[in-house]
Design a protein around this ligand. Structure first.
Ligand SMILES: Nc1ncnc2c1ncn2[C@@H]1O[C@H](COP(=O)(O)OP(=O)(O)OP(=O)(O)O)[C@@H](O)[C@H]1O
Ligand SMILES: [Mg+2]
Length: 373
């Protein structure tokens, strides 16, 4: 058999991080979006491809119908997902039949979703093999640990997974429809309330403002007090594309509060610290000190300034008996931690034994997919 290439595609709700097994960083980081040319719009001045992905689709958005196949960590549009993966492989110049595709899945993904993904990848995209690792395990590998409380927070979801000696405790894992996108939307609403003319199409811009200017307050009450009494102490100036300057004050730390008090923002979820509390408490108490002293954060959203410090403070409050144990750290390159973990995994000698090849899929069927982790 010809040597198969390993392609890793961490297909997130907002960004896809794709690359080659064995490499430290993804080669491709693009929005998880598929564009299909609108048959009703023709332009003599621009050549519009029939299909495009990521930035290439967004730059032609006026002429394309856009599909975002992944919502809040679930695949919602299988046809667009399949085309998106095919085009991602093409953009990486690998032909499907010569590659094994590794796609991380978050905890608490329904079996039916992984089965459908397997079927589409093998039967439709035509890849030679697949592997669906559990994403928090990848963050763990990337951090070179075997025990941790892994908190992953991207754009659409936040998950909390206790892992002890390399084994995830899935009964205790938590998954929230709450992440970076909610912070972006909270900031957008606050800016709109100030009278700035920003519509839903401004999410990209607001996301960039968020990434540059927002931070998590260590003590929100004190921060509010400070912002009220001496706004200059929390002020930061953002520049809009038209050159207008906007001075942000309380919005900088108030928008990220959605992660801790989602109810106040009309988001029906629990806060991420509460999810962490639940995940730990559902484990045997003998594991608590181990987990609390190894909290690892990954995903783009954990790059919000001071998020790790705030989480630590909240955990100390919720687990006072272990106050001196709590340690919260960011994975190296948090947005690419799953990619790196998968990349490391793909170089382990026994890796090919876990891969579900097309032949195995045809003989063993769906059961083989569910055994894979
Ligand atoms: N420096 C930063 N500060 C704050 N937020 C950031 C920063 N960098 C990236 N983000 C946020 O991280 C999110 C994207 O992260 P990531 O790529 O991990 O998500 P995803 O994998 O697409 O989504 P999910 O895993 O939830 O399906 C966005 O909300 C983005 O604004
Ligand atoms: Mg992700």
């Amino acid at each position: 058999m010809r040597e198969l290439r390993v392609v890793i595609a961490d297909v997130g709700s907002l960004y896809t991080k794709a690359g080659v097994g064995g490499e430290r960083l993804p080669r491709l980081v693009i929005p998880t979006v598929l564009g299909e040319r609108r048959p009703d719009l023709l332009s003599p001045f621009v050549t519009i491809p029939d299909v495009a992905i990521g930035d290439q689709a967004l730059s032609k958005r006026r002429f394309m119908r856009l599909h975002w196949p992944v919502e809040r960590g679930h695949v919602r549009d299988w046809s667009a997902w399949a085309k998106f993966i095919s085009l991602t492989l093409r953009r990486m110049r690998v032909s499907p039949e010569e590659c094994v595709v590794v796609i991380p899945f978050p905890p608490l993904t329904p079996d039916a979703e992984r089965l459908k993904a397997a079927e589409i990848l093998i039967e439709q995209v035509g890849v030679a093999g697949i592997f669906f690792p559990l994403s928090p395990l990848l963050t763990l590998y990337a951090s070179r640990k075997d025990t941790a409380l892994v908190i992953e927070s991207g754009d659409g979801i936040t998950t909390v997974t206790p892992i002890v000696d390399g084994v995830p405790i899935l009964e205790a894992a938590q998954r929230l429809n709450l992440a970076g996108r909610d912070v972006t939307e909270a900031l957008l609403r606050m800016l709109q309330q100030r009278g700035l003319m920003l519509g839903a199409e401004s999410l990209d811009l607001v996301r960039r403002i968020k990434e540059e200017h927002c931070y998590v307050a260590l003590e929100p009450e004190k921060e509010r007090d400070k912002a009220l009494k001496v706004p200059r102490l929390v002020a930061s100036e953002a520049t809009l594309p038209d050159g207008t300057k906007v001075t942000l004050t309380y919005e900088r730390f108030e928008a990220p509060e959605v992660l801790f008090t989602p109810g106040k923002f009309a988001v029906v979820e629990r806060g991420i610290h509460e999810a962490a509390y639940l995940a730990v408490s559902k484990c045997d108490e003998s594991y608590w000190p181990l987990l609390l002293s190894n909290v690892i954060l990954s995903g783009g959203n954990v790059q919000l300034r001071n998020l790790a410090l705030r989480l630590k403070a909240e955990l100390v409050k919720m687990f006072p008996d272990y106050a001196d144990k709590v340690s919260v750290t960011l994975a190296e390159q948090p947005m690419f931690a799953d990619f790196l973990g998968a990349s490391i995994l793909s170089r382990i000698e026994s890796f090919m034994k876990w891969v579900l090849t097309r032949d195995k899929w045809r003989t063993e069927g769906p059961e083989a997919v569910l055994k894979m982790m």
